[in-house]
Design a protein. Structure first.
Length: 228
């Protein structure tokens, strides 16, 4: 009995350690392949959704774009709705990174103007404006998506509030004025995504100049919070 207890408390042998390390490495490799497959499916779905919309793209089209069988796609995602939610979560995480990285007006203007072109937007912000428009349309029908978008909007407004005006004002009238100005800035940003569809030939430099003047007017009396 005593010998059995002593045996149970013996440290693992070198062979056992090697086997455990191999198991962990195999598990890590399997998880990496699984994550790569998920990313492949999400990118294929993104391409399909941008071309045909959330409801115009079928699972068969997504599997064909991903070069996988439908059964393989269903192994990773139960439904097209699950893919949509995964894309929304991915893109909003990129949007959070963008919002937290805003440091000054010039960078914000770069991000705004980039929304006129998908490639420019992806290069400057890592966010796809066409997918943001699709998500906004879907939010009008899907409360789960709407809740996620409202959360991201709140984060952006909080970031702009701190960047442009500092901590929220105590005086109610001043606070309401600041909130309204932040809302207008959000409207400008979101509106650029629509202009990229309705007027993609917009001249960038004149637009950038007018945007800078507009934001300057919104910030009158608060310029000390950033470099214009």
């Amino acid at each position: 009995m005593r010998e059995g207890l002593m045996t149970e408390n013996l440290p693992p042998t070198q062979g056992e350690n090697t086997a455990t390390a191999s198991q962990h490495a195999a598990l890590s490799d399997k998880e990496s392949r699984s994550e790569a497959r998920r990313s492949q499916i999400l990118q294929a779905a993104t391409d399909c959704f941008c071309a045909h919309g959330f409801h115009g793209a079928s699972m068969s089209a997504i599997s064909k774009m991903a070069r996988m069988s439908p059964g393989h796609v269903y192994h990773y995602f139960d439904s097209k709705e699950a893919i949509i939610e995964a894309i929304v979560d991915r893109d909003l995480q990129q949007f959070y990174t963008l919002a937290n990285g805003l440091q000054n007006v010039d960078y914000m203007l770069d991000c705004m103007v980039a929304q006129l072109d998908v490639d420019d937007a992806l290069r400057v912000t890592s966010c796809n404006p066409l997918m943001m428009l699709e998500m906004t349309a879907e939010a009008s029908r899907n409360e789960r998506i709407a809740a996620k978008l409202r959360q991201s909007d709140q984060l952006l407004r909080q970031r702009l509030q701190l960047l442009f005006f500092g901590p929220q004002a105590v005086d109610e009238q001043e606070r309401l004025q600041q909130e309204a100005r932040v809302d207008v800035m959000c409207m400008l940003f979101e509106g650029m995504m629509i202009r990229g569809v309705t007027n993609p030939a917009t001249r960038r430099e004149p637009l950038r100049m007018v945007l800078k003047q507009t934001i300057g007017q919104l910030l009158q009396g608060n310029e000390e919070h950033l470099q214009l």
